[in-house]
Design a protein around this ligand. Structure first.
Ligand code: SF4
Length: 363
């Protein structure tokens, strides 16, 4: 098993006051203790933040004035400024939010038969460099604090509050590589999962990685019941290296070893995300090779007909070929689905809206 590695970017710059949304319940209890305040206040504060969803400490009317002032002096309640909101015919809503330092991030609300799902961003930009992805074009600018990830869910929840709906699931598949911001990711997961917080069930949360192998081992050892997905996109290491440079650091063999460890350790199924790129990885021989690679694993394949990305040269796989790919996997007993396309008319693929806005800003 690979050893733990230190996050290069995990240390956050707290020159400004930290977001209170970054604190787990037990961390807030500890802070209150240091302030000489009773522990039960943490539950009250969580209630104001996540159930009543207030934007100001002054509104927390059942807290003593002194405590409200202390909160004000130590923390901020992160607010995200909406700079664009695009709605799709299928109900998908894509938000472009501005952070306190002027950087922008994307968050997507997807509407399914089974509820409302939010796709969150974990980093401003990304350094992984997948060749099909618009999010990585400007590189990595910075990690998000846990509170900035939590704030995205809250912001969408507040939109849903207007129609008495709720966020029922979360996918961590927006801009950034979640495992490159590991500690913030873990805090975020614990905060949104807390029944005193947003109370989103672990089995309704999915984290996806491009394949940072040491973190897969760490994640397996966390004992969480979160759904786990791997962006695979290729059935052999040569093709994967061409599509995803991360494969040069952690090749397919190392990745599959880590996946096997994860399944063994957690007993949970893994999802392989497989984007279909016309003429690149979508041939029948690729499906056959993929079936051989994952045969016998407790897994599921999610085929993603990839949106055309203007900055990249990939084209869509024809419908007929998508179904042939699916049939080939099924023939080998592989559990497979084709992802329903959402927000096709609003650049809902990762990073597309942000890339477009950035281009417009640069004009
Ligand atoms: S697909 Fe994900 S990991 Fe790859 S460059 Fe884009 S944001 Fe980063």
């Amino acid at each position: 098993m690979e050893g733990k590695q230190k996050d290069t970017f995990t240390e956050q710059n707290f020159e400004r006051k930290p977001s209170i949304y970054s604190l787990q319940l037990n961390e807030l209890e500890m802070w209150l203790k240091e302030q000489g305040e009773p522990k039960f206040r943490a539950t009250q504060i969580f209630d104001w933040l996540y159930k009543k969803r207030v934007d100001h400490f002054a509104e927390m009317s059942n807290l003593p004035k002194g405590l409200r002032e202390k909160l004000e002096n130590h923390f901020i309640i992160t607010t995200l400024k909406t700079i664009a909101k695009h709605s799709s015919q299928d109900g998908t809503l894509k938000f472009l939010f501005e952070l306190h330092d002027g950087f922008s991030i994307e968050t997507v609300l997807m509407r399914h038969d089974y509820g409302n799902s939010v796709c969150v961003t974990t980093q401003v930009g990304c350094r992984i460099g997948c060749t099909f992805c618009a999010s990585t074009l400007g590189g990595l600018k910075r990690n998000l604090e846990a509170g900035e990830i939590v704030a995205q869910v809250l912001k969408v929840q507040k939109v849903l509050d207007e129609t008495n709906e709720r966020v029922s699931s979360i996918v961590v598949m927006g801009i950034g590589e979640p495992f490159d911001n590991y500690q913030s990711l873990l805090s975020f997961l614990k905060i949104v999962n807390d029944e005193k917080g947003l109370n989103i069930g672990a089995r309704h949360i999915t984290v996806s990685t491009s394949g940072i192998v040491p973190r897969i081992y760490d994640f397996a050892n966390e004992g969480l019941q979160i759904n786990f997905a791997i962006s695979l996109h290729a059935p052999n290491t040569e093709l994967r290296s061409r599509l995803m440079p991360i494969n040069k650091a952690y090749d397919l063999e190392k990745l599959m070893d880590a996946v096997r460890y994860y399944i063994e350790k957690t007993g949970r199924r893994v999802t392989f995300e497989y984007g279909l790129f016309g003429g690149v990885n979508d041939q029948i021989e690729h499906a056959e090779e993929l079936a051989r690679l994952i045969k016998g694993l407790k897994c599921h394949v999610n085929l993603i007909p990839v949106n055309y990305v203007p900055e990249r040269n990939y084209v869509r796989t024809p419908r007929k070929q998508i179904f042939e790919f699916e049939r080939t996997l099924k023939k080998h007993g592989i559990n497979v689905t084709i992802r329903r396309e959402q927000g096709h008319d609003i650049e809902a693929a990762c990073g597309q809206l942000r890339a477009k806005e950035r281009k417009e800003e640069a004009r």
